[in-house]
Design a binder for this molecule. Sequence first.
Ligand SMILES: *[C@@H]1O[C@H](CO)[C@@H](O)[C@H](O)[C@H]1NC(C)=O
Ligand SMILES: *[C@@H]1O[C@H](CO)[C@@H](O)[C@H](O)[C@H]1NC(C)=O
Ligand SMILES: *[C@@H]1O[C@H](CO)[C@@H](O)[C@H](O)[C@H]1NC(C)=O
Ligand SMILES: *[C@@H]1O[C@H](CO)[C@@H](O)[C@H](O)[C@H]1NC(C)=O
Ligand SMILES: *[C@@H]1O[C@H](CO)[C@@H](O)[C@H](O)[C@H]1NC(C)=O
Ligand SMILES: *[C@@H]1O[C@H](CO)[C@@H](O)[C@H](O)[C@H]1NC(C)=O
Ligand SMILES: *[C@@H]1O[C@H](CO)[C@@H](O)[C@H](O)[C@H]1NC(C)=O
Ligand SMILES: *[C@@H]1O[C@H](CO)[C@@H](O)[C@H](O)[C@H]1NC(C)=O
Ligand SMILES: *[C@@H]1O[C@H](CO)[C@@H](O)[C@H](O)[C@H]1NC(C)=O
Length: 382
Amino acid sequence: MNKILLFVLFLITLLQSVNGFTDNDEIVVLYLEAPLFFSKFGTLLANVNAFHSGLGFYSLNSDETYQVDFVAVPGVLESILPNRIENGEIIWNTMGKVQFNDTIDKSGYWSSEKKIMTINNEIFETFLCWAQNYNESLSYYELFDVLNRDTKELEVKSVVCNDFVWAGFNALYNLGGTYINESVIASRDVVTLYTRQHIEYIEDGSTNAEVVQFYRAMLNVSITKNQTINGLINELDQLFQGNFYLYVNGDYYNVTLDKTPFTFNYSVTPLPKGERDLSNVTFLEGCYHSPNNENSSGNNNNIGKHFIGGGWVFIIILVSFVTVYMVGGVLINKFKNDKSGLDLIPNKDSWSNLGGLISDGFGFVKSKITGSTSGGSGYSSI
Ligand SMILES: *[C@@H]1O[C@H](CO)[C@@H](O)[C@H](O)[C@H]1NC(C)=O
Ligand SMILES: *[C@@H]1O[C@H](CO)[C@@H](O)[C@H](O)[C@H]1NC(C)=O
Ligand SMILES: *[C@@H]1O[C@H](CO)[C@@H](O)[C@H](O)[C@H]1NC(C)=O
Ligand SMILES: *[C@@H]1O[C@H](CO)[C@@H](O)[C@H](O)[C@H]1NC(C)=O
Ligand SMILES: *[C@@H]1O[C@H](CO)[C@@H](O)[C@H](O)[C@H]1NC(C)=O
Ligand SMILES: *[C@@H]1O[C@H](CO)[C@@H](O)[C@H](O)[C@H]1NC(C)=O
Ligand SMILES: *[C@@H]1O[C@H](CO)[C@@H](O)[C@H](O)[C@H]1NC(C)=O
Ligand SMILES: *[C@@H]1O[C@H](CO)[C@@H](O)[C@H](O)[C@H]1NC(C)=O
Ligand SMILES: *[C@@H]1O[C@H](CO)[C@@H](O)[C@H](O)[C@H]1NC(C)=O
């Protein structure tokens, strides 16, 4: 009896993890923002609108949600400061990656969520192929845009959470996403380092004496001191007579800083618009939903059918199991144990005690299968 109770509880827990949008879902794309935690930076980023951002997805037809964001690993600080200097060589421990999560964080981490677009499940699946490609092709984190003050030329493009989000908007729009409201706007952070010259690539930068000296001093400047990032840059500026050695994905560049070398802006940034064009949206090669993949292209009748989550496989196995158990049990009770009527049901006493629980369980399964929500409140609780 207790074993069955435990089994049913276990089963209900497993069913809660069933996930995946379905073909009929209308999916809303959210722009998620969270204030950056200052614990690591002390007052360094205080008094600026510094946000982490990501993309959220929720279905208007079910409780399903999904979350994707781009993060620095192990952190933003490690993308600016090397891990250590050993035997005259600078050693880094930094990377950037896309995080996929099949629920939106509801712990209160995201302080703002803005509805941007609606998409369908096919666009969502294809978007995931794009995001995986982004993860593979941009596996580093670069905090700064480097901008030439005179020519206005972008010398280095940042690779931060917001770049991922805007590239994501671009992909979703070109895949056919429609804006919830044509006048919807969104703001993002841009950290800019200004130069007056072309930046210069430094060969073997990690062992270059000047570069090593620069990063020795960088590590020496206590980042936890009570100062602003402008103060820090000014301090560095004095230390290095206007040169900054920028580290980007394994390479070093000699950046001659402008007199006012640094800005931090949080401002409205245009969303993609106009003619939709897939040509600049790239997908993970061989990804099932990628439009470039011959195996899925054009076959619109098939969308979603191949997308069967572990939860659904489990339900199918469970239903098969219950059927075999019931039919087998009834046959055994009838012919071997000579029972009749309701007594034919195997372990009848245990099951009937559990009537309420089981009907709850099946109600849940039904809501999963029909896509209806039991509470009706749906997403608004987030
Ligand atoms: C996904 O989100 C949940 C809840 O916010 C969290 O506990 C879990 O660690 C996340 N998983 C990944 C892989 O980030
Ligand atoms: C993203 O890329 C990192 C390596 O850069 C890899 O370890 C990780 O598994 C990738 N994530 C996914 C979901 O493919
Ligand atoms: C569209 O968005 C703008 C700005 O967010 C808002 O002022 C306006 O009322 C919205 N219009 C509709 C029809 O929702
Ligand atoms: C590091 O700081 C100490 C004192 O704060 C100073 O004596 C030393 O010269 C500094 N080293 C470098 C490489 O700047
Ligand atoms: C840091 O500086 C600000 C003013 O610039 C001051 O209000 C604050 O008390 C200082 N904090 C510490 C820990 O010294
Ligand atoms: C970087 O450029 C400055 C001049 O702008 C020069 O003095 C310095 O030697 C250069 N550093 C390296 C490592 O090339
Ligand atoms: C950032 O803001 C400053 C004013 O605070 C402005 O002069 C500058 O052009 C802005 N930079 C960018 C890249 O928008
Ligand atoms: C893709 O095209 C859009 C508009 O056609 C453009 O704004 C965007 O910069 C392009 N993106 C890339 C990565 O080329
Ligand atoms: C299509 O599928 C076949 C086998 O199922 C595979 O050999 C082939 O590489 C796939 N094509 C693409 C473009 O992924």
